[in-house]
Unconditional design. Structure first.
Length: 161
């Protein structure tokens, strides 16, 4: 059975010691969706939203969030990220915005939480900017898509897992 690495021998919360780990290139990708009605999505796509460029604001929020993950999630290590990307795609067929993030560094611990945090905060930013137009938007499908590097190797999300 797997053990929780953030617990010490007495079961107390504990920051994992990564000092003995070798530095390697670590990459993680995550996604989330913001589901909305057609009118809200049209306002975002057209650029006529009264609060400005929703995608640009959400992209910056996601990047900032990745950089601040250790301040938001207890026991996360502060990391010197080398790359954060936040891609936003309007999916008109599904009345939603797809958010896909990628975080990269060369270091001793992974960046899964940073990628997930970036996707979460980008989604929340879209909600915040559009809530005056529609309060019943939904944030769905937050998940880790892929993780590369480190001792545990490569992981890729498989639909239906």
């Amino acid at each position: 059975m797997a053990t929780f690495s953030h617990l010490d021998q007495r079961g107390r919360a504990n920051m994992v010691d990564v000092s003995d780990k070798s530095a390697s290139v670590r990459v993680a990708r995550a996604q989330a969706f913001v589901v909305m009605n057609e009118q809200t999505l049209t306002a975002i796509i057209s650029g006529n939203h009264h609060k400005g460029d929703v995608f640009a604001t959400a992209r910056i929020a996601g990047i900032q969030a990745a950089k601040q993950t250790s301040a938001l999630i207890p026991l996360c290590h502060p990391l010197l990220l080398s790359k954060v990307s936040v891609e936003l795609t309007a999916e008109a067929d599904f009345n939603r915005v797809k958010i896909e993030t990628m975080v990269k560094l060369t270091g001793q611990t992974g960046v899964e939480m940073e990628a997930l945090t970036a996707a979460s905060i980008a989604a929340l930013t879209i909600y915040d900017m559009c809530k005056a137009l529609q309060r019943d938007m939904r944030i769905e499908g937050l998940c880790l898509l892929e993780k590369q590097g480190g001792r545990s190797g490569h992981y890729q999300y498989q639909e239906g897992e």
